[in-house]
Design a protein around this ligand. Structure first.
Ligand code: GLA
Length: 383
């Protein structure tokens, strides 16, 4: 990718580019908890968005997307661009300006190997790569947490997804072989060693190939439902600001005042936070069996209570849950498509892959894409 990026940059804009990368992410457990001020456990992966950039001294930016093979001129003082991919870059610049930065014009080419629409946060990787690159190139002085916020607000204000902070945070703070245990309320985090191979297991993703097109609107609906539940409890209990402050007891106490759907959404989030804490403790003790059970519980909740799964994801999870060689499996990310994450005993790995391929083919007429990931370094300069 590095060579291709350099070549493409040279072809469009000449010599002298600086190169940066920011990765996609996996999340072990803790889904839809980030915007509810709860906990998440993501890690950066060995698939990234790569950016080549150079100041151009002019008034407009020149952008080139390798994957779309499309070049545009963009005046950052003008309107939001029509191309979705360019909105991410435009949004990052705007969010930087809102925070007082002056961003000179630049030439930029980018591309990557984070599968799109698979729930691996290709968009957060792009926002983080662009933010990290511009910050470094122009010495803008933002720290990584501010860059994560800039990426998140790009989604809110220029893409229309009211996402949490998990994806951008993982892309910027990830480290090789470490999982991030992040408290999304305080942004305090701990990097925990994660070495499944040493415990005799492997992590693998199966991409359903279902693109989560419904995701952005339904995602915002879920968020609003959680806020509704919080407002009911907050009208009785002082100091309640998010689902992080709500216990199951409180929720049950005011259950009659909320819609049944709102109740189930909130219950899922409260339980998911607890599952994460239990899973984390299990991991610290090297107890991958308990850890896997929590992961399975997360899928059940996401599917039945939070209703962000789809038939393809449920099918993959069902096969996994019935296979004694699989310690845990669940859908990952925002949902409505994308992939499952699986923790599999090494000795059962090959047979499991075969089982998944055969059964998925029989049911849906195609094989899921198998994605092996290595937990890797977050945003960095390459050259
Ligand atoms: C998407 C969002 C994240 C998070 C997950 C669900 O990836 O971008 O902020 O909410 O969905 O856990």
């Amino acid at each position: 990718m590095k060579t291709k990026l350099q070549e493409k940059f040279k072809e469009h804009f000449g010599e002298g580019a600086s190169l940066y990368a920011s990765p996609g992410r996996v999340n072990l457990i803790g889904e839809h908890t980030d915007y509810n001020m709860g906990f998440v456990m993501p890690g950066a992966i060995d698939k990234a968005i790569y950016v080549a950039v150079k100041p151009n001294g002019g008034k407009v930016c020149h952008l080139y997307s390798i994957d779309y093979d499309e070049a545009i001129d963009l005046d950052m003082a003008g309107e939001k661009p029509a191309q979705q991919w360019a909105c991410y870059i435009y949004g990052v610049v705007k969010e930087m300006e809102k925070r007082g930065a002056k961003v000179p014009s630049f030439d930029m080419a980018f591309g990557g190997d984070v599968p799109l629409g698979a729930g691996l946060s290709s968009s957060a990787a792009l926002e983080s790569a662009v933010g990290f690159a511009l910050n470094d190139l122009f010495g803008l002085g933002f720290d990584r947490a501010q860059l994560a916020k800039i990426g998140q607000m790009t989604e809110h204000n220029y893409v229309g997804v009211r996402c949490g902070i998990m994806d951008q945070f993982a892309s910027l703070f990830g480290e090789k072989g470490k999982i991030i245990r992040l408290d999304c309320r305080s942004l305090e985090y701990k990097l925990e060693p994660f070495d499944p191979e040493a415990a005799g297991c492997k992590v693998v993703l199966f991409d359903t190939g279902v693109k989560h097109s419904l995701a952005s609107s339904e995602y915002n609906v879920r968020r609003a439902q959680c806020e509704k539940g919080v407002s009911v409890v907050a009208s009785h209990v002082p100091g309640v600001e998010s689902l992080r402050d709500v216990t199951l007891e409180m929720l049950n106490q005011y259950k009659d005042e909320m819609d049944e759907v709102v109740y189930r959404r909130c219950r899922f989030v409260i339980e998911e936070n607890q599952r994460l804490l239990d899973a984390c403790q299990a991991l610290e003790q090297g107890d991958y069996v308990t850890f896997g059970q929590k992961v399975n519980g997360s899928h059940k909740g996401l599917s039945q209570d939070y209703e962000v799964s789809c038939p393809e994801l449920d099918f993959l999870a069902d096969i996994a849950h019935a296979n004694p060689g699989v310690l845990g499996a669940r859908m990952m990310g925002g949902g409505f498509g994308g992939c499952t994450i699986n923790l599999v005993k090494t000795e059962a790995y090959d047979a499991y892959l075969q089982e998944i391929k055969t059964k998925y083919q029989e049911k849906f007429g195609r094989e899921p894409r198998i994605i092996e990931v290595v937990i890797s370094q977050g945003a960095h300069k390459i050259a």
